[in-house]
Ligand binder design. Sequence first.
Ligand code: FUL
Length: 479
Amino acid sequence: MATKHVFRSLLSIAFTAVLFTACGEVSAPEPYGPLPTPQQVEWQKMEMNFLVCFGPNTFTGMEWGLGNEAEDIFNPSDLDCGQWVSIAKEAGFKGLIIVAKHHDGFCLWPNPESTHTVARSPWKDGKGDVLKELSDACAAEGLKFGVYISPWDRNDPHYGTPEYNDVYVKTLESALDGRYGEVFEEWFDGACGEGPNGKKQVYDWPRFHETVLKYQPKVVMFSDVGPGCRWVGNESGIAGRTNWSAFSPEGFTAGAGAPPTDTLQTGNVHGNAWVPAETDVPLRPGWFWRESENDKVKSLRDLVNIYYTSVGRNSILLLGIAPDVTGHIHPADSARLIEFGSALKEIFKNDLAKGAKVKASSTRGRGFGAGNIVDGEYDSYWSAPDGVTEATLTFDLGTAKTFNRILLQEYIPLGQRVKAFTIEALSPSGEWEEIASETTIGFKRIVPVETITTSKLRVSVSSYAPPLLNGFGLFLDNI
Ligand code: FUL
C-alpha cells in the first residue's frame, strides 16, 4: 500500500515537472549578495528630495550657529511650507527632509526636552510648529516627509556627558513618535563637535537607531555609514562612476570614524549590507540662505549634470534648499528649480528606445525575455540563465535615432550584480563601434555619450551572477 502511495506521488511530481517544462515556465533567479528592503527600493525610486535648511542660521547668515543665538532671532515674517511643497512637486521632487535641529540645537518644533525652540521665539507668539506645518503640507500634496535632527548640539548643557544621549533619545521620540505622521527618512549628520562645556559627545548609535525604528519601522536612516543609506563622501553632487549599493560598515562609525571618502563614493563591491549612496548638495554655495548668495544659485546646466552624476549613478539626489527670512523659497531658487524640473521632463519625455526589438545572447526562459527590458514595467526584467554571467543584448531601433544619453537599469530587489558593461553602436558602414565602457549599473545608470545617430546598439554585460535588467532608454539632452 505504502509503495503504491510513493509511486503515485512520484508520478504526480514527474507529471507536474513535464507540465512545467511544456509550458516553458521557469523559476525566478536566486538573489545575489545583500538585498534592499522594500522600503529601500521605494526610497531609491523617489530619486530626488529636498533637504530644507532653515533656522537661526537663516537669520544670522552663519553656516554653523554657535548655539547661543537668542531664540527671538527666529521670526519668519510669512512662513509658507505649502510653497516649499508645491515647488518641490512641480520640480519633480518626491519628499522633503527638514533640518528640524541643526548643530546650534534650535528646534523647529516645541521639543519638551529643550529650552531652545520655536516655543521661546516670537514667531506665532511661541505657538508655531514648523514640523506640523510641513508634514501637513506634504500630506496634502502626497509628498513624503523626513527629518534631520543633528546629534551634535552646541546649546544643550548636557552635551558631552552620558545624560545627553538620554536627552537626544527623547528629542528623537518627540519628533518621530507619530505626531507628525510617517517619516520616510531620518538624517543623522556625522558632525560631532564640541558642546557648550568644550566636550565632544560619545554617541550611543545603537540606542538612537532602536528609538527611531520603534516609532518609524519603515524609515530609511541616513548617516555616513547607514544603516539605511550612506553619505556619498562629498557635497559636490558626485556619486562614484563605479557605485555599489553593497557596503561593509563594520568597524566604522558616522563622523570622524567614517571610511575614506572614495569608499563612500564607490561602496564595497563585496560589501555585506545594502547601504545605497545618497548625494547631498546645496542649491546655493551654502546650505542656509544668505542675501549675498541670491545670485549664486546653481545654473540649470550644473543641476542637470548633478542629476546625471547622482541619480544617473545609482544614487539619489538630496538637494539643499534654503528658504529666506520671510520663510519662502526665494524667487531666484524657485525659478531655477522649476526650470530644472521642466528640463528633466523635456529630456526624458521621448524615449528613443521605445518599441525597439531586443535580442539577448541567452535568456532564462519564459517570463524573462529580452523584451522585458523595454516594456516600462519595473518588476518585469530580462535574465540570463543560471551560471551565465556574460551576455550581450542587441537593440534594433527600426530606424536611425539620434541621442546622447543611454539609460540602463538593474532589477535591484534581487541584488546588484553587473560589474562592467560596454555599449557599441552600428556605424553607417556596418561596423560595431564602442561608444562607452563603464562598470556598475544598479538602480539606474545614465551614460552620457557624444551625440550619435544609429539604428542598432549592442550592450555587453559582465556580472557576478546572471544579469537582471529591467530598463533601457535612449534620450537626447539638448539643454
Ligand atoms: C553637513 C553639515 O555640517 C551642514 O551644515 C549641512 O547640514 C549638511 C547637510 O551636512 O555635514
